[in-house]
Design a protein around this ligand. Structure first.
Ligand code: 5CA
Length: 437
C-alpha cells in the first residue's frame, strides 16, 4: 500500500480528550475516531489490527473445538423474559421498541439467544458436547464510557458458549477455553494472568478473569511473580485431561483487589507482584442457570430428558487493541507485536521523486509483495523527519529506510521498531531477512 493513497490521518498534537496512552496513540496513529460517547469508527489502520486479532482469536477457538456462528445484534426481549434477565439487567441494556411496539434490545451478551438455538436444534445426548462462538458487536450503555476502546458502549467481543451432559464434561469444556485463552493472549504478545473471579450478572459458581498487567489498568491485582514467566501451553491435545495444566496455573497465588488476602501477601514476601491490570477475558461456568428456565435439554442415554450444563467464555476483542498498546509502546509511539501489526514492513523513501530512490523502493516493495509481506510504502513528498515520526508512531515491526546516499552504494537501512537497532545491508539482504520472519 502506498501511503500517499492510504487513508491515514495521523495527528501531531496529543488529543486532549484522551486520558490514557493507548487512546491517545490510537487517535494520533489514525486508527479510530469517536462517533459518539463510547462508540467509534475504525479507520483502515485500526481495522487491520482488529482483523489480525480476530484471526488469532478465531484460530485458537477453532483449535479448541469451538464452532463459529453469527447471532443477531438486535435481539427479541421475549427470550430475556424467559431467562428472567429482562428486568434484572438494568439500564446497561439498550432497550428498543420496534414499529409493532415489541420489546427488542441491542445484545449486551448472548446466553439467551444461543440457548434458544440449542434447544430448537439439538435433541440427543449423542450431539454433545457443543461449543458455539461468535465474534460480534455488543452494546452496553455504560454510565461512564472512558479510556477509548477499554470501556466502550459498543465493543467487539468473542463470546463462546458450551453445552454438556454433566458437570465433569462441562468442566472439561471450561478447561478447554482456559487453555485456549492462555495460548491466544500469548500469541498476541501479552502476559495475561488468570484470576479467580465473581460472575456478576452472567451468574454461576466458577469463573476466571484473564488480566493483562499495565499501569493504567482499572483494577489493582496481586500475583506470584512466577506467573509472569510461565509460558503458554504448547502442542495441546484438547481431548486429553487438561486439569493438570489448569492446576499448574491456578496453584500460584493470583487475586484481584476484592479477593486479595493480606496474610498470603505477607507469606509470599518478595515473590509478590502488586500491579494494575486490564481484564481482557472472562470465563464462566454456570451450569443450568439458563438451560433450566429456558428448558434446554437433550434425551439422555436412558431415554429421559437431561437439562444441559453450560458455560460462557468472553474475550474483549476491541479492548485488546488498547491493552496491547498499553503493554507495548514507547515515547515515539506504538510498538506492535508481529502477530497483530497492521503491516509487516514500513518502507520509507527519504527522497520521493528522486529516480534512483524511487526505483530502489519499487524494487524492494515488489520483492516483498511477491513473498506475501504486507508493506506500507511511504512515497509521500514530505520531509524525512515527518516520515520517521509517522512510521515510529504507527509502530510497524520493521522499517526499511531508503535514501540517496545508501542507494548510490547499493544499501538500505533496516530498523527493528521494538529495539531501535539499525543495520545497513544490500537490498537483497534486506528482502531476504524480511522474508524469513
Ligand atoms: N457472556 C459473557 C462471556 S461470553 C460476558 O459477557 N462476559 S463479560 O461481561 O465479562 O465480557 C467479556 C469481555 O468483554 C470482558 O472480559 C472484557 O474484556 C470485554 N468487555 C466487557 N465490557 C466491555 C466494554 N464496555 N468495553 C470493552 N470491552 C468490554
Amino acid at each position: 500500500m502506498r501511503l500517499s493513497r492510504y487513508f491515514l490521518p495521523t495527528l501531531k498534537e496529543t488529543p486532549t480528550e484522551a486520558q490514557i496512552v493507548s487512546h491517545r496513540l490510537m487517535l494520533r496513529a489514525g486508527m479510530i475516531r469517536q462517533h459518539a460517547a463510547g462508540i467509534y469508527n475504525w479507520l483502515p489502520l485500526g481495522t487491520r489490527v482488529l482483523q489480525n486479532i480476530i484471526q488469532v482469536v478465531r484460530e485458537e477457538q477453532n483449535a479448541a473445538g469451538a464452532q463459529e456462528i453469527i447471532m443477531p445484534t438486535i435481539q427479541s426481549g421475549d427470550l430475556w423474559k424467559e431467562s428472567g434477565r429482562y428486568d434484572d439487567y438494568g439500564p446497561e441494556m439498550l432497550r428498543i421498541k420496534d414499529r409493532h411496539e415489541r420489546d427488542m434490545l441491542y445484545g449486551p451478551t448472548h446466553e439467551e439467544v444461543v440457548t434458544d438455538i440449542f434447544r430448537n436444534n439439538i435433541k440427543s445426548y449423542r450431539d454433545l458436547p457443543k461449543n458455539l462462538y461468535q465474534i460480534n458487536w455488543k452494546f452496553r450503555d455504560e454510565v461512564r464510557p472512558r479510556f477509548g476502546l477499554m470501556r466502550g458502549r459498543e465493543f467487539l467481543m468473542k463470546d463462546a458458549y458450551s453445552f454438556d451432559l454433566d458437570y465433569e464434561r462441562s468442566k472439561h469444556a471450561y478447561n478447554q477455553m482456559f487453555v485456549a485463552y492462555l495460548r491466544t493472549f500469548a500469541r498476541l504478545g501479552l502476559k495475561a494472568i488468570p484470576m479467580k473471579a465473581d460472575s456478576g450478572p452472567i451468574g454461576g459458581d466458577l469463573s476466571h478473569e484473564f488480566i493483562v498487567l499495565a499501569d493504567t489498568g482499572e483494577s489493582a491485582v496481586f500475583c506470584h511473580k512466577a506467573l509472569l514467566e510461565k509460558p503458554a501451553p504448547q502442542n495441546v491435545d484438547y481431548d486429553a485431561d487438561l486439569q493438570p495444566i489448569i492446576d499448574d496455573w491456578t496453584s500460584l497465588y493470583a487475586a484481584t483487589d476484592d479477593k486479595h488476602d493480606a496474610a498470603m501477601a505477607e507469606k509470599l514476601g518478595g515473590d509478590l507482584v502488586s500491579a494494575r491490570g486490564i481484564e481482557v477475558g472472562h470465563i464462566f461456568h454456570f451450569g443450568k442457570k439458563y438451560s433450566d428456565p429456558m428448558k434446554a435439554s437433550v434425551i439422555g442415554s436412558d431415554g429421559n430428558p437431561v437439562t444441559v450444563m453450560m458455560g460462557s467464555y468472553g474475550i474483549g476483542v476491541s479492548r485488546l487493541v488498547g491493552a496491547i498498546i498499553e503493554a507495548s509502546h514507547d515515547e515515539h509511539g506504538i510498538v506492535w507485536p508481529d502477530s497483530v501489526a497492521p503491516f509487516d514492513v514500513g518502507l520509507i523513501n527519504l527522497k520521493s521523486g528522486d529516480a534512483a530512490c524511487d526505483t530502489a523502493c519499487k524494487q524492494i516493495y515488489d520483492a516483498l509483495r511477491v513473498k506475501n509481506r504486507d508493506v506500507l510504502y511511504d512515497d509521500r513528498d514530505d520531509r524525512a523527519g515527518v516520515k520517521f515520526a509517522d512510521m515510529d508512531l504507527i509502530g510497524l515491526p520493521w522499517q526499511v529506510i531508503v535514501g540517496p546516499k545508501g542507494v548510490a552504494k547499493g544499501v538500505v537501512e533496516l530498523k527493528r521498531r521494538a529495539t531501535g537497532a539499525k543495520e545497513e545491508m544490500s537490498f537483497e539482504a534486506a528482502v531476504a531477512k524480511l522474508t524469513v520472519l
